[in-house]
Design a protein around this ligand. Structure first.
Ligand SMILES: [Zn+2]
Length: 215
């Protein structure tokens, strides 16, 4: 309480003082570009993803546009050491959708080098909060982003090497419906290469996706 007086919580966008459990003031909150998607197989994200890999359902919280507030939030989450944004957005998602039938949440890993530079993966607290709110286990170790040695990359600059899968996944014969989580869906290339990698090692898995924003 005393801390709230000395260091009041401020709106991440306009700096107005706000209640300590918020990240934006009411005015800025209204500017957020919510998709109003349901977690289903009909929305535009599912349709886009389906062109690339087999996907059951998909959800995005925001539309991502240059300079919009969603972009600002994600930027703060990824590069600004503001992991609490991920926690807040997970709560926001929980207020909006049900995650029926999901057995496990799987996060997209960062390259080890990036993880070291940044000090955290922006999806960790986001995923942990989703896991807690929905009571679904989260697995941050399921996928690995293989390190690409620079010298090696220059040596084998063939197309084949460049498109080689940069992710590897654990494998099992179980049947599971997993939820892949990532920050932004742009071309879908990352999630696509992950999905195919997972399906090659886990033929009985079904995949749905959840992203913070769709570009
Ligand atoms: Zn504001």
């Amino acid at each position: 309480m005393l801390l709230d007086l000395i260091f009041p919580t401020r709106c991440l966008s306009c700096d107005t003082i706000i209640p300590s459990n918020s990240i934006l003031c009411e005015n800025c909150e209204e500017q957020l570009s919510y998709t109003h998607f349901k977690f289903d197989s009909e929305n535009i994200l599912t349709q886009k993803a389906k062109l690339l890999f087999p996907v059951e359902k998909a959800f995005a919280l925001f539309y991502f546009k240059d300079e919009n507030l969603a972009q600002k939030l994600i930027h703060g989450l990824k590069y600004g050491n503001q992991q609490f944004i991920g926690k807040h957005l997970a709560q926001c998602i929980h207020d909006r959708i049900k995650l029926n039938e999901i057995d496990e949440i799987i996060s997209v890993p960062l390259h080890e080098k990036k993880l070291k530079q940044r000090g955290y993966n922006q999806l960790t607290l986001f995923g942990n909060t989703l896991s807690k709110l929905y009571n679904i286990p989260v697995n941050h170790q399921f996928l690995k982003r293989n390190s690409h040695d620079k010298a090696q990359a220059q040596k084998d600059k063939t197309h084949r090497e460049e498109t080689k899968s940069v992710f590897s996944s654990q494998s099992s014969q179980d049947s599971k419906h997993i939820l892949l989580i990532d920050d932004v869906f742009t071309t879908g290339n990352t999630l696509s290469s992950i999905a195919w990698e997972i399906l090659s090692k886990n033929p009985n898995y079904r995949i749905s996706i959840l992203v913070i924003a769709i570009d």
